[in-house]
Structures are given as structure tokens and as C-alpha cells.
Design a protein around this ligand. Structure first.
Ligand code: HDL
Ligand code: ZN
Length: 439
């Protein structure tokens, strides 16, 4: 990378835009799966159109005669036909998720089909794609170095791909040796929401599956077994809307441990023992609109209490916390928290925040308060193809913000080289995450 001194404001702007455009990003939270995990790897136009964001947007304008019950009984293709008709043909697709489908098709070179609005031609094109080659192609077009998955041991549809090979290999198999290989562009993360939820019932069902005792020791061993199986980059969990942490937190049922006990006596203990960061995803309201639960779209958002995260960071200075909050309302206070606790790293504009207008606001606030010590974005993709549009849309916004701040630096006379810009921009798009993980 050249140490050429950027001599004009125009050169600074161009250096920033080119670097953001070309930077190979680290996508530190997605719901992607490898091609070897069968139909868990979602891709193609019918999956794109039935993304739960679009299903929610469909029901906002669909005739009442199309009930949720009727819709969810349809095939994926029939659901996609309805969404295409109502959100793309009968009105202009200008929402972020609607535009995202079109950006994806454009990045795949399918402009002709966009012009002709020929859904079946798009389907025929996808039918010719080989999943393994297509996955690599999408990561290349999207400019993603690697993406971190969300691996839920409590979900047997997922867990079965990580259990030992049929030949009875032991559970300590290295994940790359098992018959469901994971390519280098996908990393694992162990998702353990039931612990934050204090959902001892779900946990016990899984302890039984692993022939473990229904107690705190059994729960710790469960995490050890799964950490050995999938070798996660971090432990992760999202909070329930009624999340409590601390002395006033009560068990959900008589005789159950509370969420606080499961956090303090299991999550924190195992995070320290295995030297794994804890990724806390705070603020969902699971099942806010139950009619949309069948597609995963029923969840809403709550303004969360930031104090539990402060308690965890304060009480556990030797544990690394990654955090992202779902409510726009929480963003400023959690920026302050991240500035005050060196074991806390903020990442991404999560879910309902992953819209250009909010990405801009959040990135400006974070640059102003945290400099480069945060991760500007993650995609949260569920469908492989979305990597392309989510990162293209985010790069555009992040680029505009960074140009503004690096021009401020230039205008106060700080000398800037191309190398400086590349080093810094990489930090916003995964470099700071890796620095935080390695410190
Ligand atoms: O809990 C999560 O990780 C969220 O990202 C949910 O999966 C959510 O449904 C989602 O897909 N957001 O984009
Ligand atoms: Zn997610």
C-alpha cells in the first residue's frame, strides 16, 4: 500500500471511497450456513422474496382475504409469487428490503430480468447454479473475507451436522474433518439464547440429549462439548424483552435457576475457562406479532436497559464482550458505555437499524465518540445472496460518513497517506473486531 501523501481534498475523498469499496470485510454476525449443510443454506429468488422482512411488509398491504394461516400454508414459490405481485409489480419496490432484492439481481448481472420483471426467468437462472460455486461467487462479489454464522446447538436440524460422523468418530472431531465441511469463508459462533432467557426447560431437554445431569455442572459441560465440536469464535445470545440481571431477577419457574445464575455460573465461567468472548444482542421483543412467527418475522424491538451490560463489563474485566443493541434509542448510551469499558466492543447496525438513514446516524455518532474502535456493520444475512446487497448498501453510507470525517482531519493539516486510509478503513470493517479479539 502506497505511502503517497494525499495532496488534495479530492484525493482524500477518492482514497476513502475506493478503499471502502474494495475492502474485504469481516461479517461478524450472519445466519448463513455452508452448502454442505443441505437446505439450511438458503439462496435464490424465492428465498430472497420470502425473507421475513418482506413477508411483514407484504401483510401490511395484502387484502384481508389473504390470512396469515392461508399464506403460510402456501409453498415457498407461491408465497414468493404473491410478494412479487404485491410489493414489486403492483407498487414500486422502494423499501430497503425490496430494493435489496433488486440490488442483488443487478450485482449478479441479471439487469435484463429486472427490466422484464420476469420472475420465472430469474428462477430458471438460479436453477442452473451449483450451490458450492455460487456460495464462493457471492462472497467474492460481496467482498466478504469471512462471515460468522449463528450456530444453535438447541436446534437439532442444525446440531446434527456437527455431531460426530456416522462412522462414530468421537465428538472432538475437528469441524473441518467431519463430512459436512465448513469452507474457510464461514466461521462458527455458539448461540445460547435459552441461558439469557432463563429457559431451563429447553436447556434440560438438550442436557438429556447429551446424557448430562440437569444442573449447573451439566450445563457447563454442555457448553464445553459444543465448544469442542464447533470451535466457535465467540459465545452469543440475545435477550428476551423482559430480560433481568441481578438480585431482583427471579427464576421463570419454581426450582429453575434464574437467568442471572445461568449467566454468572455458566456463561461467564465458560467464557473465562475457554477464553471465548461473549456477544450480547440486546433488545428484541420475541413474538411481538405472533401471526408472523411462522416465517421468523414476529419479533419486534424494545428499548432495553443498558445497566445489565454495564454490570457484566464491570464485574468481569477479563471477559471480552461484543455487543449490539436493537433499539435506536439505546445507541447513544451504549456508545458511552463502550467508551468507558475496554472489554466492550460495539458492532453493527442490527436488524431494524440496518437501514441507510440509521446506519448514517449511528456511524457518525460512533466515529465521533469511539474513533475507529468499533465495527461499523454486520449483515445479519439469512439468505446467502443478501450478502451482496447488504454490504453494497452499507458501504455506500459508511463511505459518505468516513469521507466527511477524514476531510476534517485533512483540513486541520494532518498529513494522510493512502496507507493510513486503508489501515483505518479496514478497522471499521473487521480490523477492529480482530484487534479486539486478539488483545
Ligand atoms: O436474533 C438475531 O440474531 C436476529 O438477527 C434475528 O435472527 C432476526 O430475525 C433477523 O433475522 N434479523 O436480521
Ligand atoms: Zn441475527
Amino acid at each position: 500500500m502506497s505511502r503517497y501523501q494525499l495532496a488534495t481534498a479530492g484525493e482524500v475523498e477518492e482514497a476513502v471511497r475506493a478503499t471502502v469499496e474494495c475492502c474485504e470485510v469481516i461479517d461478524l454476525h450472519t445466519h448463513l450456513f455452508p452448502p454442505s449443510h443441505g437446505n439450511l443454506m438458503l439462496y435464490g429468488i424465492d428465498e430472497l422474496l420470502t425473507y421475513h422482512y418482506l413477508v411483514s411488509e407484504f401483510f401490511m398491504i395484502a387484502p384481508l382475504s389473504i390470512t396469515h394461516d392461508l399464506f403460510f400454508k402456501l409453498s415457498k414459490r407461491e408465497q414468493a409469487d404473491l410478494i412479487w405481485e404485491y410489493l414489486f409489480v403492483k407498487r414500486l419496490p422502494i423499501s430497503e428490503a425490496q430494493l435489496g432484492v433488486l440490488t442483488t439481481l443487478q450485482m449478479l448481472g441479471l439487469e435484463d430480468y429486472i427490466k422484464s420483471k420476469d420472475l420465472n426467468a430469474i428462477r430458471a437462472w438460479y436453477a442452473k447454479q451449483d450451490p458450492y460455486q455460487y456460495a464462493r461467487r457471492v462472497f467474492k462479489i460481496a467482498g466478504v473475507k469471512y462471515a460468522v454464522m449463528t450456530n444453535v446447538p438447541f436446534d437439532e436440524d442444525e446440531a446434527k451436522y456437527f455431531r460426530s460422523d456416522d462412522n462414530g468418530g468421537d465428538d472432538n472431531n475437528n469441524i473441518s474433518s467431519n463430512k459436512y465441511p465448513i469452507p474457510t469463508f464461514l466461521k462458527t459462533a455458539l448461540r445460547i439464547d435459552p441461558l439469557l432467557k432463563g429457559d431451563w426447560g429447553t436447556i434440560c431437554k438438550c442436557l438429556t440429549l447429551e446424557k448430562l445431569p440437569h444442573d449447573i455442572e451439566g450445563c457447563k459441560e454442555y457448553l464445553r462439548i459444543w465448544a469442542r465440536r464447533i470451535k466457535p469464535m465467540y459465545l452469543m445470545a440475545s435477550t428476551p424483552a423482559d430480560f433481568q440481571y441481578g438480585p431482583h431477577d427471579k427464576p421463570r419457574q419454581e426450582g429453575w435457576p434464574s437467568a442471572t445464575e445461568l449467566i454468572d455460573d455458566v456463561m461467564i465461567v465458560i467464557a473465562k475457562e475457554l477464553n471465548l468472548p461473549l456477544a450480547m444482542k440486546i433488545g428484541p421483543w420475541r413474538g411481538m406479532s405472533p401471526d408472523l412467527n411462522p416465517c421468523g418475522g414476529g419479533d419486534g424491538v424494545v428499548v432495553a436497559d443498558v445497566k445489565p451490560l454495564r454490570e457484566l463489563c464491570f464485574k468481569n474485566p477479563d471477559v471480552k464482550f461484543l455487543a449490539t443493541f436493537l433499539s435506536r434509542v439505546n445507541q447513544h448510551e451504549v456508545c458511552v458505555l463502550a467508551q468507558k469499558f475496554r472489554n466492550l466492543h460495539l458492532y453493527g447496525c442490527w436488524w431494524y437499524l440496518n437501514n441507510p438513514s440509521i446506519i448514517e446516524e449511528m456511524t457518525k455518532m460512533r466515529v465521533e465518540m469511539l474513533g475507529t474502535a468499533f465495527t461499523a456493520q454486520h449483515s445479519d444475512c439469512r439468505i446467502l445472496d443478501q450478502l451482496m446487497y447488504k454490504w453494497k448498501h452499507s458501504r455506500k453510507v459508511i463511505s459518505n460518513v468516513l469521507v466527511e470525517y477524514y476531510l476534517k482531519l485533512y483540513k486541520v493539516g494532518w498529513s494522510l497517506t493512502q496507507h493510513d486510509i486503508v489501515t483505518d478503513v479496514n478497522r471499521f470493517l473487521g480490523g477492529s473486531f480482530e484487534e479486539f479479539m486478539n488483545k
